[in-house]
Design a protein around this ligand. Structure first.
Ligand SMILES: Cc1cc2nc3c(=O)[nH]c(=O)nc-3n(C[C@H](O)[C@H](O)[C@H](O)COP(=O)(O)OP(=O)(O)OC[C@H]3O[C@@H](n4cnc5c(N)ncnc54)[C@H](O)[C@@H]3O)c2cc1C
Length: 265
């Protein structure tokens, strides 16, 4: 078979087209952000901001790159968000995992470099995320009931866990007087296994955590998770050890409780 000039031109043209199309996609992919990953920060668009309290909002963040690492996450997972101007990062807990976007409940601290950075943004703006990371090595699946003792945005990790747990979850939710216990009704509506007890106008007591009606799971099979600022955690279960992820001994209100495990987040 002779290979004419005409055939050769067709061959060359075909090759060039394939090369161009391949090159275009390679170029396009090269410029597309890689999506959520643990190594580098990746851009997310703020697709919605919903004000929940005067100083806290729910931010819906949509990845500008691949959705791949948004799936198959285990509770409790977190990501870090950074303020690129100051090179400061902080952990945040998505309320829902394994979705196409993240919803975060974030409180604004005026002197806080990362929370104020996020709150300075408007819908359509970009923030940078890295993750996902496991928040704790605790295996919650070993327990037949979970009690969450939370303050303020400490509701976020328990919210995520409750969404992904089939066992009963009883939550003691402490908020400042006059401050709306955000997400309470939403959580109870979405999760029939969840009950929320709110404490706003007084200090939390041991009975608030221990005494619930209609419980048939012994405390020895119950996991108690505490999440809030360090002072709150110390009041309920004693301070966490200062270095590393060490729990420190159980003190405070739960010192004499017989929970199967007490875990400070
Ligand atoms: C595992 C994990 C998950 C978290 N998830 C969330 C989340 O989903 N939503 C959320 O809003 N926050 C969450 N946080 C807290 C968050 O990481 C930051 O600490 C918080 O947003 C403040 O960061 P910042 O850089 O703005 O201020 P910082 O520089 O950290 O602090 C600024 C000021 O605010 C005070 N402050 C900071 N945090 C608290 C607090 N919790 N209570 C009282 N005073 C405080 C500090 O004492 C300081 O005066 C989480 C923390 C951890 C460890």
């Amino acid at each position: 078979m002779s290979f004419s000039y005409k055939n050769f031109s067709k061959f060359l043209l075909g090759g060039l087209s394939v090369g161009c199309v391949g090159g275009y996609f390679a170029y396009k992919n090269q410029n597309k952000p890689i999506g959520l990953n643990t190594e580098v920060y990746s851009p997310f668009t703020i697709s919605q901001i919903t004000k929940v309290t005067p100083d806290a909002s729910i931010f819906t963040l949509t990845p500008q790159g691949s959705l791949e690492n948004m799936k198959n996450m285990d509770p409790i997972s977190k990501v870090t968000i950074r303020n690129p101007d100051m090179q400061v990062q902080r952990p945040y807990t998505p309320l829902y995992i394994n979705e196409d976007n993240f919803k975060f409940y974030i409180r604004n601290y005026e002197d806080g470099p990362v929370s104020s950075h996020i709150h300075s943004k408007k819908e359509g703006d970009t923030v940078e995320l890295r993750g996902p990371f496991k928040t704790t090595k605790l295996d919650h699946t070993k327990f037949s009931r979970i009690v969450g003792v939370v303050a303020g945005t400490g509701i976020a990790p328990i919210y995520q866990l409750a969404q992904n747990s089939k066992v009963p979850v009883d939550i003691v939710y402490c908020e400042r007087p006059g401050q709306e216990p955000a997400l309470k009704e939403q959580l109870e509506k979405e999760c029939p296994n969840v009950r929320v007890r709110t404490i706003q106008d007084r200090l939390i007591a041991a009975d608030d955590i221990l005494k619930w009606d209609g419980v048939d799971v012994p405390l020895s099979e119950t996991l108690c998770i505490i999440c809030g600022n360090p002072k709150f955690v110390a009041t309920v279960a004693g301070p966490k050890a200062e270095f590393g992820a060490k729990q420190g001994p159980v003190k405070g209100l739960l010192e004499d409780s017989s929970f199967g495990k007490v875990w400070k987040l």
